[in-house]
Design a protein around this ligand. Structure first.
Ligand code: FAD
Length: 452
């Protein structure tokens, strides 16, 4: 019951059917969740992955990212792949489906990325997890938890067949937003701590591009920015761009290009809050409005795009940063800039800081040209307060600036693999007390790269 003026309704208590009991439950099927679930299952855990969409990939598919970053970095002056493990298995399967592009360099040779086709990624991720024996529960949203003695006892999920309870020995929050950790009472930070954060972007792809003309005009990473500037000078007032510069890059088939240019603000002009239902709703509409406007510029002003069309606007606005949980260690700007090394490393982050600020993107690279990457420590996956919960991916423990680097897919695969492997290996030990050397040994045996 509730009084009409209280603003609250009391939800009646009810018994919830138990869907199942597992060793490990992974919530969220983005890069970190895929790696976590595959690793837990291959290490013998009965594993369930819960995902609110009907497919895997997270921002990589639902957010239309279509591009793997952070796998390659400069070591001893040479660009090379430094993130290995589950991601190799995934890339093999995407490649087998004809959906993986060759590595592409950018930013004066300081970054190397690989684009992919979304449908191939979805199929490859299904196959990978099923081969490892992971059970998948799609169209299910984690909404609440039940706790006992500083542990998570069960998770409550909303499904088309009603609310279900799921029990497990260990849980891994890979929701990107720290949804489960927040429900469990783990402390967290949001964005930059001043009401803003990394600005979101709705991604889109265009097709039927004249590949030769487009490559000649904007094949270079930064050339699109000159076209934007020149168009504004030629036609004052006609084009209003959401931010300075854009990323417009060819996919495997160069008649198809992905466009990363929109920037979604809230009514206060701050970064849209990706865990606010009303802002999210308004942001979806604003993203599509900006896309329609930018597409007009592409067709009119950029060689090769005159006859192009919009193949797809991503199913959801792409969220870079929301909650970052507080864990045993917070990865920081200093760690990225100074190529930090950690005793408890579980792998490499090879992506620079990529700060999506109001109207622009700021890049900050490591100072070292020899070791232009940093270790990711185990402690950033271990949240304060709940002994059988791990948090991996973009909601792991980092500062606003540290997260702007570690959030790239490369780092998320690393964190997920470490979390899934540990959850399978350490059955009765609180995660804050596990043997990290034993975990490192297992990760290496499973193909991950850890620099000693
Ligand atoms: C616009 C944009 C461009 C980017 N460009 C690149 C790029 O070029 N290269 C690159 O490598 N990275 C890029 N990134 C970053 C990268 O894609 C993400 O940071 C990365 O996907 C994060 O992985 P994750 O597993 O932590 O979370 P996510 O990818 O966000 O996945 C989380 C998953 O959890 C699910 N989920 C969330 N809440 C719940 C819940 N309560 N219950 C059940 N399921 C839930 C979601 O549906 C989603 O599938 C970009 C990001 C954005 C937004």
């Amino acid at each position: 019951m509730s009084s009409p003026s209280s603003g609250f309704v009391v939800e009646p208590a009810k018994n919830v059917a138990v869907h199942g009991e597992y060793d490990v439950v992974v919530i969220g099927g983005g890069p970190s969740g895929i790696a976590a679930a595959a690793s837990a299952a291959r290490n013998g855990a009965r594993t369930l992955l819960i995902e609110s969409y009907g497919f895997l990939g997270g921002m990589g598919t639902a957010g239309g990212v279509t591009n793997l970053a952070g796998l390659y970095g400069i070591r001893n002056g040479v660009m090379q792949q430094l993130v290995h493990g589950v991601v190799d298995e995934l890339m093999e399967r995407i490649e087998w489906l004809g959906g993986l592009n060759q590595p592409q360099d950018g930013m004066q040779g300081r970054i190397r990325v690989r684009s992919y086709d979304i449908s191939a990624y979805k199929c490859a991720a299904d196959a990978l997890l099923l081969e490892h024996g992971v059970e998948l529960l799609f169209h299910a949203q984690a909404r609440a938890v039940s706790l006992a003695d500083g542990r998570m006892d069960s998770l409550l999920v909303e499904t088309k067949s009603g609310r279900k309870a799921i029990r497990a020995r260990a849980f891994i929050d890979c929701t990107g937003d720290g949804d489960v950790a927040a429900q469990a009472g783990v402390p967290f930070e949001v964005g930059d701590g001043q009401g803003s954060g990394l600005f979101p972007t709705t991604m889109f792809r265009v097709g039927n591009v004249d590949a030769a003309s487009a490559l000649a005009a904007i094949g270079d990473f930064k050339a699109i920015n000159d076209y934007m500037r020149q168009a504004q000078e030629r036609h004052p007032g006609r084009y209003v761009f959401p931010r300075d510069g854009a990323i417009v890059r060819p996919q495997l088939n160069p008649t198809e290009w992905r466009v990363n240019v929109t920037q979604i603000k809230n009514a206060q002009g701050k970064a849209m809050n990706g865990v606010d239902a009303v802002e999210l709703s308004q942001g979806e509409i604003e993203g599509r409005r900006q896309i329609a406007s930018y597409f007009e510029f592409l067709r009119a002003e950029v060689p090769g795009f005159a006859n192009s069309y919009i193949i797809e606007i991503a199913p959801q606005v792409g969220i870079r940063e929301t909650r970052r949980i507080c864990g045993l260690y917070q990865l920081s700007r200093d760690d990225i800039e100074n190529s930090a090394r950690f005793e408890d490393t579980v792998g490499i982050n090879a992506w620079p800081m990529e700060m999506h600020q109001d109207g622009r993107v700021d890049w900050v690279f490591p100072k070292s040209a020899q070791r232009a990457y940093n270790d990711l420590p185990w402690r950033m996956l271990v949240p304060l307060g709940i002994s059988n919960l791990l948090v991996a991916g973009r909601c792991a423990s980092a500062t606003h600036e540290g997260q702007s680097a570690a959030r790239a897919s490369g780092g998320c695969f690393v964190m997920g693999q470490a979390a899934g492997t540990a959850a399978a290996m350490f059955k009765d030990t609180p995660f804050a007390e596990i043997s990290v050397p034993a975990l490192q040994q297992r990760l290496i045996a499973d193909g991950a790269y850890i620099e000693r």
